[in-house]
Design a protein around this ligand. Structure first.
Ligand code: FE
Ligand code: FE
Length: 196
């Protein structure tokens, strides 16, 4: 059961903080994450709060990100310097802890890895990674219908398809901006799915 009253203040703050569409996306990820959590036996509260907060740093202007990360003591790599939007995941985990008072490391990690994913993710991380991609307001990605179905049948395969599609898409559009982690995740899940 989701303890809604616990999150009233967080939701109020996020509604103010984020653009309308981003806030809608946030709620949509939270409920999609809960549906996946029901299917895969993950705590609904954790799925909900990670979903609500996953993009909580998305409104920060890209030109401020590197400086803020330095101030907050967060490491910034070469790819992130070139493409600071990537930092919203790491900064989101930081704000979730410092501003919104979330102490659950599982939740913070799911926020941190939601954009590129990570090899060997926890169930909660996979759920947030996948929910972010398939939530009902999403329309642009290829294979959405297939991935939405797959997410409830074989979560690792859904992660593989998302990371593969993302990797190929970025390779065709902005190869200079790809985070090496995107390829690493794709290869890792390819092997994971093949080897079983
Ligand atoms: Fe995001
Ligand atoms: Fe998102």
């Amino acid at each position: 059961m989701i303890q809604q009253e616990k999150y009233v203040n967080i939701k109020k703050a996020l509604k103010k903080e984020l653009e309308k569409e981003r806030y809608q996306h946030t709620l949509s990820v939270a409920f999609t994450a809960c549906s996946l959590a029901m299917r895969w036996g993950v705590d609904l509260d954790e799925a909900y709060i990670a979903g609500i907060l996953h993009d909580c740093a998305k409104n920060i202007p890209d030109e401020d990100r590197v400086k803020l990360c330095e101030k907050w003591g967060l490491p910034v790599n070469k790819t992130e310097r070139k493409n600071p939007t990537l930092l919203h995941a790491k900064m989101g985990a930081y704000l979730a802890k410092e501003k919104y008072g979330i102490r659950d490391e599982k939740v913070l990690l799911a926020i941190e890895s939601h954009t590129t994913g990570r090899p060997d993710m926890s169930m909660l991380e996979k759920i947030i990674f996948v929910a972010d991609y398939i939530e009902p307001y999403r329309t642009k990605a290829e294979n959405l219908t297939v991935i939405r179905r797959e997410a409830f049948i074989d979560l690792d395969k859904a992660v593989l398809r998302i990371s593969g599609d993302t990797y190929r898409y970025l390779l065709s559009k902005t190869p200079e901006n790809i985070d090496p982690m995107t390829e690493e995740v794709f290869r890792w899940y390819q092997k994971e799915v093949e080897d079983r």
